[in-house]
Each structure stands twice: as C-alpha cells, then as structure tokens.
Write a protein that binds this ligand. Structure first.
Ligand code: ZN
Ligand code: ZN
Ligand code: ZN
Length: 626
C-alpha cells in the first residue's frame, strides 16, 4: 500500500479517475457517479504515514540560507528565511530561539528597533545557547539606546548582562564583544538613518453614510436586482458621485498569497515583523498571540492538520480557499455534517433567485448560506474537472479526519467507498471549489518598488454581484480588516454597477478583450464593445505629463508628491496617509470631464486613472526592509 501524503498523490488519483471517467458509459457521467468513482479510487491507496510538520533539520538549513542572505545585506530575503526557519523549528526548541535571535539582527540592521526587541525577548524566553547570549544582550542595549538614549537604566542593565554572559564565550569572541562594548560607550546618539520603531499603522475603514437594510455593508445607494440575462446584479438607487463609498465589507474569507505566507499574519492578513509561528504546523505565522488564538478558534484548529497534509500531497494551493470555507461552514453548523447538509439543501431548494441565501429578509455576508448561494459555472475543461475532483477527494479525506461523524468509516479506508456521507463531503468540497473559482477577488497593496503587490485572495459576497464591463466604474481597497468599494465615475440612478475583470477598454483593443474574456466563456456587450471605442494607451504617460490640461496636470503632481511623501515618511511616523484632499480634488475633475465628454475621451480616462490611483494609495502599503 502506498502512503500519503506524497507529492504524487494528486497526480496519481488524477490518472486513476481519468481512465475510469473516460471509459465509463456516457449517461453515467452525472455528479454522484463521479464522486463515487473518485471515492473508490481514493480508498485504494490513501493511508496516512508518519507526517511531520516541524523538522529541526530543515529549520537549520533555512537559518543557514538566512545567514548567507544576511551577509550579502539582502535583508528581505534573510528575514523570510529566518521566519521560515522559525516556522519549521520544533516548538520551544533551540532552533526556534536561534531563528528569533538571527532575525533580530536583520531587524536591527533595518532600524526596526521595537520589533527587534520583541524577537530578542522571544529568543531569551527559550533555550538560547549561553555562549551566544552576550551578543544578544548587546544588541538589546543598542536597540534601547536607539529608541531612547536618555533612559540609561534599561540600557545599563542590558550591558551588565552582556558582561556577565561574555564569560561563557571563547576568547576570540570575548575580544570581539569587548571591542563592541567600547564602541557602544562612545555612541551616545542614534545613527543618522531613519529610526523605524514598530510599524503597525493601519487605516480606520471609511464608513457608509447610510446602509441598505437588506444588504449589510452595502450603501443604500445600491440595491440588488435579478434578471435572466445578468443574474443577481447591483443597481444604483440614486445618482452616485465619483469617490462615493458604495460598500464597506469584511470578506467571508481573505487568505494570504502563497509567496507571502511568511511575511503576512495568517489571521489578520497584515504584513508583520516580530511574528510568531503556529505551534503545530510549519505553514503559517501570526503577528501576535492574540491573532494565533483567534485563528485557532475560528478555523485553524481544524485547518492546521488538513492544510499541511493537502499541500504535501501536491494539491494546487487553490484548495486552501474551499478548505477554509468548508471549515467555517462546519463550525456554523456546530461541527455537524448533517446540519451542514440540511443548510445546503435548504439553499438549493429556494425558488426565488433574487433572495437565494437570504435569512430573515437579509443577506448576511458572514453566513455560509450567502456564500453557497453565489453563482458558479460547470467545468468546461474535462482535464481540469478531474484535477479538481482529485483535489476535492484528498481534501475531503483529511477534513473528514477532523469531523466526528466520519470516525467509523475512517478506521478502514476501504469502507470509505460505501459511506454515502463521505461521498457527499467530496461533492460538497467540489462545489465550493467551483464557487471560489468564480468569486475570488485579488487584493492588492501599493508597493514602492513594484507599484502593486498581490497580497491576498478574498471572497467578498456582495462584490460578487457585479458583472463585468470593460468600462471601469468602481475600485476597491483594503482598510484594516475591511474592503472598501468606491465609485470612480458618476453613476446615474437606475444604472447597473459593473466591475471590471482585467480587460479595460482604454488599455486593450476590442480584439484583445474578446480574447481575454473568452477564457471565462464571456461575451461582453458593454458600450465600449458594441461601439468599438478606441483605446487610450497614452493617457497618463509620465513622459507626456506636460501635454495634459492644467487641471489634470495639477492633480497628477499632487498625487505624485503625496505618494512620494507617503513612501518616504510612513515608517518614521508609523502612520498611513488618507489621501482625502487628493481624492476630493480629482473626483471633481472626473465629474467635470465625464459631464463634458462621457467615458469615451482621453481626458476622462486620465482623470479616472488618477482617481483610481489616489484611492489605491489610501491604504496600508507593502514595506520592504531596504
Ligand atoms: Zn494578525
Ligand atoms: Zn498550524
Ligand atoms: Zn466590453
């Protein structure tokens, strides 16, 4: 018998299901048939063997990689390696203390002194090697000196500790520390570089002027309607001005991008420095013990076990989203799979497409019934469908291990194929895979060096009601734990509010847009597509700024200057600029050009782009340790 997880599991299951799906007679290919088939194949080889999350050897390797980057002064990379080293270090181990200590050196070098102090304390709380402690206490003294040179008490205490622990060092290192101690005495003031204390600034989310009572978190300027052509969609109940806030929503799920898992808190999805690892898995980190505890209560108690195993079995990371939704749904159903199934049937049976998923006349964006009522398209690509099926089966298997109802059939994997409940669980996961595929939003942050950084993926239920148009009408930004939807052009009463999925008329030609949208089988009939509007690729070209109309040039310079100031000073002041003045000013310019020329004009496009830029800047940005 083959063990799991190994990187080939998904591939193997994929091959097995493929051959059987294609050889089965056509009329048999309904959903139940395919879930049963997947279950049969899965039960043939699935069996968990010795899975270890924390691996001391890997932690040491990662720390050594970190040391190499640190020597090359590549602080961002060194930081990430040390954080991963922490994540892989066994709980309360020496490796963990070493990773904290080495990371504190990165933070010290980057002048992030308050975070550096937190890492030093974490290292000292653990079993940090005695012959290295003097170095750590000296770093502590230097940190305290940088933050507040006048408070001599704590600085002298740290220096005393340094002298004490020096005795545990060998002669060569003792001499080195003595040299540094002498230097410490002579530097009375901080270095000339910017001192960054602890960066945890965030923006208080904007507020709605008045809320739609049936759609919490949506403005009363917006209502939900249904038509055969558009499905559920949003309509303006009155005229809306550019820069007006249309929704302030907490996502149902918001999950850190794979490549930022060791830079962002898994729970609050904020960039974090003196962070701590999960006690049980090596996959996630938290900004604080408070976030770790909240995550555990809300989902990670179950997720922790499943996540590391599905990732190890070669599943594409997209399964993290349906997994989180499934766990939240189960918790809402008091961990009872039967209640969850009843909730599901109830939504499936609802006849009115407009109020599907509503509870007591309200559409609650934090309820599973709301997520479950979202639209999803059947798979069009057979190969992808089977890959999803393989992934769903393996995810279902590990999730079932955490649900009491499956205890009996999991005792012998061969029994799985006769367990109707387990087959339903596969079907359930497969369905939320399609829902997330249709409804996942990419959340981005401003980035000084890369302009835009993809930070997380979220399901924000009412945002899913916006259909695509190539003419941009809204944009959203992240403020604290909320996503804020803002109008970027005037919208008339009765108009449908469209979102824009990648293809925009002013950037892409009609031919390009048709090609881009064909991947989702979508034929756009927005005005730009029907009348074949021209592109405006040169609008806001930085080399042509001097050719702009005076009002556009003025707001361009205003936004550019503010952006520069924000990136340069934010770490120093631990605050984020709100761009209020900039947004108000450019919104007026947008309004003016739209009333003169409509959306199809170079000046309107320039104004719209500037407004989008100002709105985008008014959120927490991605910070580099450079
Ligand atoms: Zn957090
Ligand atoms: Zn974990
Ligand atoms: Zn279009």
């Amino acid at each position: 018998m083959q063990g799991l997880p190994d990187k080939q599991s998904v591939k193997k299951l994929h091959v097995l299901i493929t051959s059987r799906m294609f050889s089965a007679s056509r009329n048999k290919k309904d959903d139940l048939f395919k879930y049963k088939l997947a279950c049969e194949e899965l039960s043939k080889f699935i069996n968990e063997v010795n899975f270890e999350s924390k691996i001391a050897k890997k932690s040491v390797e990662l720390r050594e990689n970190g040391n190499d980057y640190f020597k090359k002064n590549e602080l961002d990379k060194a930081f990430e390696m040390y954080t991963m080293s922490m994540a892989y270090a066994p709980t309360k181990s020496v490796e963990l203390s070493m990773a904290y200590a080495n990371r504190s050196a990165v933070l010290f070098k980057a002048n992030w002194f308050a975070d550096c102090l937190v890492d030093i304390e974490h290292a000292l709380e653990l079993d940090y090697p005695e012959n290295l402690k003097a170095k750590l206490f000296l770093r502590k003294a230097n940190c305290l000196q940088a933050i507040c040179p006048k408070r001599r008490g704590p600085i002298n205490e740290a220096l005393d500790e340094t002298r004490q622990w020096m005795k545990k060092m060998d002669k060569k290192n003792q001499l080195a520390i003595e040299q540094l101690l002498k230097k410490q005495k002579t530097t009375k003031t901080t270095t000339e570089k910017t001192v960054c204390y602890k960066f945890d600034a965030d923006v208080v989310p904007e507020k709605l002027k008045s809320e739609n009572p049936a759609l919490p978190g949506l403005s009363s300027a917006v209502e939900l309607q249904y038509s055969k052509k558009y499905g559920r969609h949003l309509i303006a109940t009155r005229d809306i001005k550019p820069s007006e806030v249309l929704a302030v929503q907490e996502p149902y799920i918001n999950i850190v991008k794979q490549d930022l898992r060791y830079k962002y808190c898994w729970h609050c999805v904020k960039q974090t420095w003196s962070n701590i690892p999960c006690d049980d898995c090596a996959e996630v980190i938290y900004c604080s013990a408070s976030c770790r505890d909240k995550a555990k209560l809300a989902y990670h108690d179950v997720e922790c076990y499943v996540l590391s195993r599905i990732l190890a079995s070669g599943i594409i990371s997209n399964f993290i989203f349906p997994l989180r939704i499934a766990i939240k749904a189960l918790k809402e159903a008091n961990n009872s799979f039967d209640i969850l199934e009843q909730n599901r049937l109830k939504v499936d049976a609802e006849k009115d497409p407009l109020t599907k998923g509503f509870i007591d006349g309200k559409f609650d964006p934090q309820k599973f019934s709301s997520v479950y009522s979202l639209s999803h398209n059947p798979h069009t690509d057979k190969n992808f469908e089977i890959l999803c099926l393989a992934g769903s089966s393996i995810t279902a298997y590990f999730l079932a291990k955490k649900i009491p109802a499956f205890e009996k059939s999991l005792k012998d994997e061969k029994l799985l194929k006769t367990d109707d409940k387990f087959i339903s669980l596969i079907g359930f996961i497969d369905k939320i895979v399609s829902i997330t595929r249709n409804n996942l939003l990419q959340v981005q942050a401003p980035d000084k060096y890369e302009d835009i950084k993809d930070t997380s993926s979220a399901v924000v239920i009412p945002f899913s009601f916006m259909n695509h148009s190539c003419i941009k009408m809204v944009t959203f930004k992240r403020q604290s734990e909320k996503l804020v939807l803002t109008a970027v052009c005037p919208i008339e009463k009765g108009e449908q509010i469209f979102d824009n999925y990648m293809s925009q008329f002013f950037i892409h030609t009609k031919k390009q847009r048709v090609e881009m949208l064909s991947h989702s089988n979508f034929i756009c009939d927005c005005e730009a597509c029907i009348k074949d509007w021209p592109t405006y690729t040169d609008s806001l070209n930085p080399f042509l700024v001097n050719t702009l109309k005076p009002d556009l040039r003025e707001v361009f310079h205003l936004i550019m200057n503010s952006t520069f100031v924000m990136y340069e000073t934010v770490c120093k002041n631990n605050e984020i600029m709100l761009f209020k003045k900039e947004i108000n000013k450019v919104a007026k310019v947008v309004e003016n050009y739209y009333s003169l020329f409509g959306a199809n004009s170079s000046d309107s496009v320039t104004a719209l782009k500037l407004l989008m830029m100002a709105v985008f800047m008014s959120q927490r940005h991605f910070v580099h340790l450079k």
